[in-house]
Design a protein around this ligand. Structure first.
Ligand code: NAP
Length: 230
């Protein structure tokens, strides 16, 4: 039986998360005494602890999410997912329509190019791979699922930073894996770029401050950034 919250009942909020901003929002709302559940897709093996309740795994499309909202009596949904997580954001719009729940969209705005930035702006990962000059040393600051486009570039060395180590060997002719999260400190990011003699960065225009330090480091060092747009 549906468990619709009656009008005027306390808020019960579902945050679609998986980002630093979603974790901050959960902390803020829980501190205000609100009933908050964060939903994670389950991509990260050991997600950082979150304030409030947590549920993990897909809902089964927009209809599944709508059914979950109704069954659990959520009164509001906040989409704080990563800006490149487009399917879940589209599902949230549709699910909130079906379940007649308000949706707050809090996805990050893209970074804007600043004076000193050397950006090669491209629309796709394939264009990013094609934009790399031969014989370069490239930091790929991309998730595992976005690497395939670069594997044909056997003339480049790739330094691949990922949160979890890959489950199967990567098909790169020449690469180094760094199992690490990005540092929020531009000096630390600059040190990493120097240590690996990086000549080019590749990243997606995710926005936010959590992964911005590498952009600042590249600007300071005069390194080009191949920036995949939204
Ligand atoms: P996506 O392509 O938009 O979503 C694919 C499917 O994964 C969705 O249809 C949904 O499955 C499930 N899903 C996604 N986010 C979910 C969530 N927060 N809670 C429950 N199910 C979710 O998403 P994605 O790009 O794979 O990203 C997955 C998660 O990682 C998101 O939470 C996102 O915020 C986070 N993240 C993504 C990126 C990125 O670069 N894309 C970067 C950092 C963090 P069902 O249809 O079965 O519901």
């Amino acid at each position: 039986m549906p468990n619709d919250a009656p009008p005027g009942s306390p808020e019960k909020i579902l945050i679609l998360g998986g980002t630093k901003e979603a974790a901050e929002l959960a902390r803020e709302l829980v501190a205000k005494g609100l009933d908050v559940t964060t939903s994670l897709a389950g991509r990260t093996r050991e997600p950082a602890p979150l304030d409030g309740k947590v549920r993990i795994g897909g809902f089964g499309g927009a209809e599944g999410l709508a059914a979950y909202l109704t069954a659990e009596g959520f009164t509001r949904v906040i989409d704080a997912t990563h800006p490149f997580a487009r399917t879940i954001s589209a599902n949230a719009v549709k699910a909130c329509e079906i379940a007649a729940r308000p949706l707050d969209i809090r996805t990050r705005a893209p970074w804007q190019k600043q004076p000193g930035d050397i950006w090669i702006e491209v629309p796709t990962l394939e264009d990013a791979a094609a934009a790399l000059p031969a014989n370069t040393r490239v930091l790929l600051a991309l998730g595992r699922q976005y690497l395939d486009a670069f594997s044909a570039r056997s003339d480049c060395h790739f330094v691949i930073r990922m949160v979890d180590p890959p489950e199967s060997p990567l098909a790169f002719a020449s690469h180094t894996i760094l199992t690490a999260k990005p540092s929020p400190n531009p000096d630390e990011e600059a040190a990493l770029l120097r240590t690996h003699a990086i000549t080019h960065l590749v990243c997606r225009n995710s926005g936010g401050d959590g992964a911005y330090a590498k952009i600042v480091a590249a600007r300071t060092m005069g390194l080009p950034v191949v920036m995949v747009g939204r």
